[in-house]
Design a protein around this ligand. Sequence first.
Ligand code: PGA
Length: 233
Amino acid sequence: MSAAAADAVAGRLRAEPETVLLLPTGVTPLGMYRRLVEMHAGGELSFAGATFFNLDEYLGLTPDHPSSYHVYMRDNFYCLVDVDTGRVHVPDGNAPDPAAECKRYEGMMAEAGGVDLCVLGIGRNGHIGFNEPGAPFDSRTRIVKLAETTRLVNAGDFEGARAPERAISVGMRTIFESREILLLASGANKADAVAAAAGEEVSEAVPASMLQAHPHATFMVDGDAASAVGDIP
Ligand code: PGA
């Protein structure tokens, strides 16, 4: 899965070095980032012309907070390749006016010409970015409340095992407007979410199901994550 995802990103960058990417955090994409770093180290791939956006950031965390997605992206990817730091964007979770920050971030994506390739993980509850079940399909970058289940899954990333209650997340509509979308999932704990997302019903109750209506969305999943597809009508 990680190799296929890295190949897809690399292929897009080689065809169009000025690609605009919208990228995820979490455990799932770590292998993809590792492979992209290896391709760069081997002299096979440059990121210098690309523009990067991240899907989300916890509200209230400074960019240097060890559990922030700023630090995750810096340590796992941006610091290890040749990105132009002026073209790397992560929502500022510590902005004095978070609503204005959401607007600014959405505006930057539009100014960049929209997203060419969006890579997503999927939550056990079917979330994409931090768009939890019930997120309107027409939503834009905004402040969201995290599902309690999401906070529990992510609690281990935080001192005191308490994840923030809110985040800034790129919205469903903005994700959908990406020209191409890859959703990555691995492991049996994603099987129900993948099955619901790929099932017959497209519903805001399962955010990832929105991708069924997208002309260029691909689910890249391993055998365990695909194991319940077909079980859920
Ligand atoms: P994970 O998170 O890759 O850490 O499982 C995915 C997600 O919640 O979107």
